[in-house]
Design a protein. Structure first.
Length: 63
């Protein structure tokens, strides 16, 4: 039980960090005018969104 609670806490912390990063990448996409750079930031944002989904699934498993 203690181990599951600890994992849950760590995943929640990780999820918060990932969500903050995703928000920052979204803002960067909107601020970037260079099309090549914009595509790269959009890709990073999509990957971060995927990380968020996976972390949410891990939380479902642990909780």
């Amino acid at each position: 039980m203690f181990e599951e609670a600890r994992l849950s806490e760590q995943f929640r912390t990780l999820l918060g960090h990932q969500q903050q990063a995703a928000q920052q990448y979204a803002a960067m996409v909107n601020q970037t005018t260079n099309s090549k750079l914009k595509k790269q930031v959009q890709q990073i944002h999509r990957e971060k969104q995927r990380d968020i989904e996976l972390t949410q699934r891990l939380l479902e498993i642990v909780d």
